[in-house]
Each structure stands twice: as structure tokens, then as C-alpha cells.
Design a protein around this ligand. Structure first.
Ligand code: HEM
Length: 212
């Protein structure tokens, strides 16, 4: 389907660029590009999946956790109602400052994505031979980092199957750690992580303040 769309767009170029397809086409037609049509189509397909399914899945689980944990719902409601009370005009929309002040919301989001394990594993390739606990992994081998096993490891997270947003109290996460890889890590760290968190926070804000 994407291939057909690309062909159509190529045969009838639009006067003004308005979507991602137009930018991909422009790049494809530029002289020094490293992009091929195959890569471009893969990119479009992957982006459709990683930018949509991930966040909607996390939000779906967030609703489930809210339903099952009334104390978390109460605390979340309090945080968001306080944000609205502090506003000069209650009808104004959310501001970036308000978003950054959502302490419990971030704990709630971290815990949701820890348990969601939307990408349960990460893939890497060894650049050099690695010796680990008596095992040798030759250079050039594919490795699967099973992040889900870290997120559900009782040695790392007390009572790991329990939804407990309070476990994140006082912990500021700005990227991946050895124990938290819900958005991957290193050079391939999810480029949409901050965007996904904003989307989730805005959704939660509307949900707990408007839904009756
Ligand atoms: C709750 C939502 C999301 C989760 C849990 C998530 C998780 C991940 C994970 C685990 C990776 C693999 C990173 C690695 O291999 O180290 C990844 C990569 C990626 N994510 Fe996300 N993601 C989310 C939302 C998004 C959104 C909204 C976008 C785009 C708008 C996005 C775009 C990408 C892209 C393009 C990559 C590939 C990065 C690369 O290979 O350099 N993700 N994501």
C-alpha cells in the first residue's frame, strides 16, 4: 500500500510539501542522498508502527491501571485538579511549565511503561568479542537484550508485577539506565520517548479532569 502511495505521489507531485511522504520524496530526488526507495518504504512502515501502536498501547494500559488502583487515580486527579486551580483562567490549555510540574504523572508513566514492556527486547550487534560470565560472544553476532527480564526482575524491582508508581518517587529519569530500558538505550534510544510522554501526560490530564 505504501509503495502504491509513493508511486502515486511521484507521478503527481504536490505544489506544497505538507506531509512526511512529500519530504521523503524530496530527499529521494536529491543528488547526494543515501536513501533508496526500499529504505524509504521501510522507514515509513516502521514509523507508522512505532509512533502509533506504542503510545496507544501504553495509554490503554494506563487506563487499566487507573481502574485497578483507586489510590493512584486519586493522586493523579489531585495533581491535575491542582494544576487547573492554579491557572489564571481555567479555560486555558496546558502549558509546558504545567507539564513539567507533573511529578506524580511522571511516576505513573514510568511505572506504566515498565510493566507494559511494549518493546520487550532490543537488538544489537557485537562490534568486538565479548566475554561474559564464562561465555564468549564472537564479534559480529546478533544479541537480543531482553529488557522485559530486567523490568520484571525482583532483584531490581521489589514485587515487580505490582503496579506501584510510588516506587519512582524522587527518581528523575532522563534516558535509559541499567534497570530501565522501556525506551531502549544508547545510540538507538527511542527518538519519540519525550513526545510519547507528553502525549500520555496530556491524555491523563484530560482524562482525570474531564471524564465522569
Ligand atoms: C510509549 C511509547 C513508546 C515506547 C515504549 C517506545 C519504545 C522504543 C524502543 C524500546 C525502541 C528501541 C530502542 C533501542 O533499540 O534501543 C524505540 C525506538 C524507536 N522509537 Fe520508540 N517508543 C515509543 C514511542 C515512540 C513514538 C511516539 C515515536 C515516533 C513519533 C517513536 C519512534 C521511534 C523510532 C524512530 C525508533 C528507532 C530509533 C533508532 O533506531 O535509532 N517511538 N522505541
Amino acid at each position: 500500500m505504501l509503495k502504491r502511495m509513493l508511486e502515486e505521489r511521484k507521478s503527481q507531485p504536490r505544489k506544497e510539501q505538507s506531509d512526511f511522504f512529500d519530504y521523503v520524496l524530496e530527499e529521494l530526488q536529491s543528488k547526494d542522498t543515501i536513501l533508496t526507495e526500499g529504505i524509504a518504504l521501510d522507514l515509513m512502515f516502521v514509523l507508522l508502527f512505532v509512533s502509533f501502536e506504542t503510545t496507544s498501547w501504553a495509554i490503554t494500559l494506563a487506563i487499566k491501571f487507573l481502574h485497578e488502583h483507586p489510590q493512584a487515580l486519586k493522586e493523579l486527579k489531585e495533581e491535575h485538579e491542582a494544576i487547573i486551580r492554579r491557572r489564571e483562567n481555567a479555560s486555558y490549555g496546558l502549558t509546558w511549565q504545567e507539564y513539567k510540574s507533573m511529578k506524580f504523572t511522571f511516576q505513573f508513566i514510568n511505572e506504566t511503561v515498565r510493566l507494559a514492556n511494549i518493546a520487550p527486547a532490543l537488538f544489537r550487534k557485537t562490534l568486538k568479542e565479548i566475554n561474559f560470565k564464562g561465555y564468549t560472544i564472537p564479534a559480529g553476532w546478533a544479541i537480543m537484550v531482553y529488557s522485559q527480564a530486567v523490568h520484571l526482575n525482583p532483584a531490581k524491582y521489589e514485587d515487580p508485577l505490582q503496579f506501584n508508581p510510588w516506587r519512582w518517587e524522587g527518581i528523575e529519569l532522563n534516558g535509559a539506565t541499567r534497570n530501565f530500558m522501556a525506551f531502549g538505550g544508547g545510540i538507538r534510544y527511542c527518538i519519540g520517548a519525550d513526545f510519547a510522554k507528553v502525549q500520555m501526560a496530556v491524555f491523563l490530564h484530560c482524562f482525570v479532569t474531564k471524564y465522569k
